[in-house]
Design a protein around this ligand. Structure first.
Ligand code: PMV
Length: 309
């Protein structure tokens, strides 16, 4: 323990989605997922020595429930008191997965603060029990969170990509991804075939990345997201995160492709739409979306990982 440390972690967006655990206790996923980090949307966590342990999120004290949820991570470190200040540079209510960047920043900050000397694989194991998808923020490039639990990465050969996030709703989701994936796994008749298709998507995605084929990457990302929302709907009761506006945006993006061929969409456990786009088209597409749907469109560069700053 010692000096104040500050760690920043980007959020990550899956191109091949994670939706279900094969092992709840150790947080092992039913499928291998693949993501990219967004360098302009991040969580920053500062840990300093203190007489008593305090937690704040965006300058507000965290409540007991929020702190309790961090216990699986905290239990791996010394209980010497410290203060943890966490700050998200994007609206926490914007429907983005702040838990992934938050847990990745927390684990790396605790590791640096206590100088634990944990290996990368040990940090992955600790991070995973805090939030499964958080492990993908520990590496730069295309992050692979393998079914067996470990993480690896591939260099991203597409430096001119950007991600647009169309904020359809800022409301808290009705059902958490943690609970929703359990329902899908237990009740959706098509869940076994979703797993098989995910495996096919992953293999084809890896080939597309290796062959540096941006359209193939985009097409596979889009069909993988469509399959996720189909298997969610197939759950009993049905789980539906897409709103009418989300569907209208998906249709709008498809129609825009006639003039701007590189535009591909993906969606997670919420109504917001993420769009992969080339840097040269960002401003034009952003303006069209804002004008047509009167909603906020955030833009981010791609890359980065949880690291001390
Ligand atoms: O790790 P969680 O509970 O935030 O689940 C993430 C689920 C999706 O965002 C829908 C897919 C993914 O792989 O990020």
């Amino acid at each position: 323990m010692g000096q104040t440390v500050k760690v920043r972690s980007p959020i990550n967006i899956a191109l091949i989605k994670y939706w279900g655990k094969a092992d709840e206790k150790n947080v092992l996923p039913t499928t291998t997922s693949l993501s990219l980090t967004l360098s302009d949307l991040w969580t920053e966590t500062t840990i300093s020595p203190n007489e008593r342990t305090i937690f704040t999120l965006n300058n507000q004290p965290m409540n007991a429930d929020e702190i309790q949820r961090l216990n699986p991570v905290l239990s791996h470190f010394s209980n010497t008191p410290f203060s943890i200040q966490t700050f998200n540079n994007f609206p926490t209510a914007a429907g983005l997965a702040s838990s992934a960047s938050g847990v990745a920043a927390l684990t790396v900050a605790l590791d640096r603060f206590f100088k634990t000397g944990f290996s990368f694989d040990q940090l992955v194991d600790i991070t995973r029990v805090g939030s499964g998808s958080a492990v993908r923020s520990l590496v730069d490039g295309f992050a692979l969170w393998h079914q067996e639990g470990h993480v690896s990465s591939l260099p991203n050969p597409f430096p001119d990509w950007r991600m647009l996030i169309v904020v359809v709703s800022k409301e808290k989701k009705a059902i958490s991804s943690r609970d929703a994936m359990k329902i899908t796994q237990k009740t959706a008749p098509s869940y076994p075939s979703w797993i098989q298709q995910s495996d096919v998507d992953l293999k084809e995605m890896l080939r597309a990345i290796q062959e540096k084929d941006p359209h193939a990457v985009g097409q596979i990302m889009e069909r993988n997201s469509e399959a996720l929302h189909a298997v969610m709907k197939d759950s009993q009761p049905s789980i539906i995160y897409q709103q009418a506006t989300s569907l209208a945006i998906l249709a709008f993006v498809k129609s825009l492709r006639k003039t701007i061929p590189f535009l591909y969409t993906t969606m997670d456990a919420g109504p917001n739409v993420k769009i992969l786009v080339q840097a040269q088209d960002v401003e034009h597409v952003q303006r069209l979306l804002e004008q047509t749907f009167s909603c906020t469109v955030m833009v981010s560069r791609i890359g980065g990982k949880a690291d001390e700053i």
